[in-house]
Structure formats: C-alpha cells, structure tokens
Write a protein that binds this ligand. Structure first.
Ligand SMILES: [Zn+2]
Length: 474
C-alpha cells in the first residue's frame, strides 16, 4: 500500500526533483552496497579468482562449514531440523556431503520464514527484500547490509574482468519505474550522476519514444550498459532497424541479469553495440551467483555460494536439473540446499580458456519470460514483478489474446480480496497504463505446459515491428 502511494507522489514531481530522489535512494543503497564489507570482499575474492581447482574446493568448503555452524547455532529452523534428522553439521565438511541435509523449498520459506531468521541479529539493522519467484510466489526475505556488499563484490569482480571500475558512468535498464507512465515527453530516464549511473525507464519503450533513448545513448556515451536483456534488446532492435551506428558512444560491455538471456536478445545486443555481453545469474534470496567470464562461460562464484544440480538429465560431461543453492553471504537468513526453481546445466569438469577453475555452468535453461504488448506498442517484460509484494497470491499467469486486453489468472491464498486485487491492479497500471483491459480470474491452480514448465505470460499476439522472433530454445 505505502509503496503504491509513494509511487503516485513521486510520479507528480518534476523530472529534476525525481533525479534528486533517484540520487538520494541511490546514495542510501550505495552505502549499503559499497561500504567497507564490499571493499574487503572484493579484495578477498580478487585474490581467490585464479586459485587451483583443489584450492577452490577447499576455500568453498571452509565457507560452507562456517555457514552450517552459524545456521546450527543461531537459526531455529536449522537447530530443529538437524536435531530431528540426527545431522551433525560439523561432520559435513564438503559440498559433496551436503546431500545429507534435506532440500528447502519456497513453500517452507513462506510458511516458516520467521524460524529461518538468525537470532544473531536485531531486526532493526536488517534490510527487507522480496522475491516474486518465477511463479509469482512472494517470499518475505531479509538480508544484512554485508550480504548486499557481498553480492556487489561478485558483481564488480566480473565488471573488473572487462576493465571497469566502481564509479564508471553506466546506463541502467532495470525494472525501477523511475518515469511516470503517463509522461509523453523526454527525458525517459533519471540521472544519478554522483553514482555514475543513469536509469532508463523500461515502461516507455514504444516506437515514438525510442528515438529519444537512442539520441541520449549516442550523445552521452556510457562506458557500459547493464540491465534486463529483453529491454536492452528493444533499444538495440530500434538502433538496427534505423541504421543508427553508436560509433564511439558504443558501450565497452553490456552486463545482463534478472531474466534468462535469450539468444535472440543477445544477438541483437551484440549486433547493435559490437560489445561483449556478459550475463549474471543470481536471485533475490542472495543464495546463488554465477557470472560469465570474457570467454562467455558462467563460473559459479564459489566464495558466495555452493551450487548443486538435482538431475533431470545427465550426459557423460554434464548434468541438467534444478539448481539447489546454498548461500554463504546472508547471515540473517541462511538458505541451505534451497530449491531455486531454476534449471541449469552444469559441466562435470572445471576448466576454461580464461584460466579460472571454478565450476562452469554450461547453460541456464531457466524460464523464458514473455512480453506483454500495450495497445500503443510498448513491450513490457518481467510481468511477474507485479506480484512481488502480493503475499496472498500463490501463483499467477497472464494471458494476452488481444492488443487491448489481458486476462490475469490468480490462484489466491486465503484472505485474498478486493484490497489485494486493487494493489495488484495499481502495479499493472504503473506498467501497462489505462488503455489495456485487465480482467481477473480466480482459479484453484495454474495449469502447466506439456513439458511441465510454468509460464508467467502466454501471449498469442501476431508479430509487430518490434516483436521478437518466436522462442527457439524450448
Ligand atoms: Zn572462464
């Protein structure tokens, strides 16, 4: 509720004042992300970047043992679990021995969230987070400031591989609704120049506005771009369709994250920018992290997490299945053997031409996010973010069958009513405007695809000018 009201107030401010808000929010999160822990961790993991495979394992096992000890000592859920299952965490000395601990699924996190909190912290100093999950299952999460510092250390280690330093000027294409939806004139971005970043709105990327994006990107020249691949690809599609060459304003690299990096998005980005695209796989739970190196392979950040695969399929050199993650960074809410709901393919052998010996994720098979197209031609991805705060929604799915209408299927939890729906409707309107009819249908469950996959968005719209090619990876 508060967030919706604040968003409405923010939307009425002039762009210059909105810049100040973005900068203030930027400063607050900057301090949380880039404090002394960030610097210490970045120094630490810069030293471990090129360890031998044995040393990588030893380093990871040491961090795992610390995490298990901490969980056993301070987290009620694990104290109880270890007692009930007769598990002595001190006897689990390596990632290979982790399977003695049962999986932790999202429903358990939702139901037992409070028991998963470490009693080693005062709740006052913790930072709330929310995960929408890919199925729209909202989880109440908390993390420490240090955990954020940790995450940004692995992010900036990757950026360092491509020659970038903290403070370098970059263009951000994340999901923050920084520009009011009704705004019809540029700028469609907000600046936080003290932090070297300019945030572009993802919700104004329609054909008549894209020329402004292109002009801004070309005129100012950002050292790198980062954000959702589907959104960066829309800008790139526009540049390519109109023969716009970025020349010296081309970014030195494009860092993507937060959704599956699809081949057709990557191709468009590379064609338009001629820059390397480096993806990151992480999650809001701060339990997993893997980043692409300059050779294009994903290396697990073994200082940050342990990544296991629950096999669905297996070959001589690889194993594919659900990612089971154990995060080391977040002492406030340690998640051990957490079922992420993501699917990935892990190589059985380590080794990469880049020289790093950390495990290699061959492919992220994770869910394919679709777009919703507004009547005026904007293409909006990551609609699952609408349900980020909707704790009374078990699952949701969007069906778009016409340019001006979507049907939202909601599988509610007890207590779901008009208030909850009004909040969801506000989130939809902030992203899609008022010209699209949104109908709601309450259902017991959302049906799965023939291959067992859950889809957040199903769109049957015929191709438009900016329509991406049909997904070829399924
Ligand atoms: Zn590599």
């Amino acid at each position: 509720m508060a967030r919706g009201v604040l968003q409405e107030l923010y939307d009425r401010l002039p762009p210059g004042v909105q810049d100040m808000f973005v900068a203030t929010a930027g400063w607050r999160s900057y301090r949380a992300r880039f404090g002394s822990h960030f610097r210490a961790n970045l120094r630490d993991i810069s030293r471990t970047d090129f360890l031998d495979a044995d040393e990588v394992r030893a380093d990871q096992d040491r961090r795992l043992a610390e995490t298990l000890r901490w969980a056993a000592d301070t987290v009620p859920y694990y104290r109880e679990l270890f007692r009930r299952e007769g598990i002595d965490p001190a006897k689990i000395r390596s990632v290979e021995e982790l399977p003695r601990i049962p999986f932790l699924d999202k429903e358990t996190v939702r139901l037992r969230g409070n028991d998963l909190l470490s009693d080693g912290f005062s709740s006052r100093i913790l930072i709330p987070g929310r995960s929408s999950g890919t199925t729209g299952t909202a989880l109440r999460l908390v993390h420490t400031r240090e955990a954020l510092g940790w995450e940004y250390a692995v992010i900036w280690r990757q950026r360092g591989w491509f020659g970038f330093l903290l403070g370098d000027r970059f263009a951000g294409f994340g999901g923050q609704p920084v520009v009011p939806f009704e705004q019809q004139e540029p700028p469609f971005w907000r600046s936080d120049l003290a932090r070297g970043r300019v945030l572009f709105s993802l919700y104004h990327m329609k054909p008549e506005f894209l020329p402004y994006y292109a002009a801004e990107l070309r005129q100012r020249g950002y050292l790198f771009w980062q954000g959702y691949p589907s959104s960066i690809a829309l800008v790139c599609e526009y540049l390519l369709e109109n023969g716009i060459d970025l020349r010296t304003a081309a970014p030195g690299a494009v860092f993507t994250s937060s959704e599956t990096l699809l081949d057709f998005h990557r191709d468009r980005i590379v064609q338009a920018t001629r820059a390397p695209v480096a993806d990151r796989y992480g999650n809001a739970e701060l339990s997993v992290s893997a980043v692409q190196c300059p050779e294009g392979r994903y290396h697990v950040d073994t200082e940050f997490c342990a990544l296991e695969i629950e096999p669905h399929e297996e070959g001589p050199d690889w194993v594919r299945g659900e990612v089971i993650a154990t995060g080391f960074a977040n002492r406030a809410m340690p998640l051990i053997r957490y079922r992420t709901g993501d699917v990935a393919t892990l190589r059985k052998q380590v080794g990469c031409p880049c020289g790093r010996k950390r495990p290699v994720v061959e492919e992220l098979d994770g869910r394919i996010e679709d777009y919703v197209v507004t009547p005026d031609g904007r293409r909006i991805g990551r609609m699952d973010h609408v349900f980020k705060d909707a704790l009374l929604v078990k699952e949701a799915q969007i069906l778009q069958t016409a340019a001006n209408a979507i049907l939202v299927r909601i599988a509610p939890r007890p207590g779901y009513g008009p208030d909850a729906q009004a909040r969801i409707d506000r989130e939809f309107r902030a992203r899609l405007g008022r010209d699209i009819a949104v109908r709601y249908e309450l259902v017991d469950a959302i049906p799965r695809e023939a291959n067992g996959k859950f889809r957040a968005v199903i769109s049957s719209l015929a191709g438009g000018r900016l329509r991406a090619p049909a997904d070829a990876s399924d």
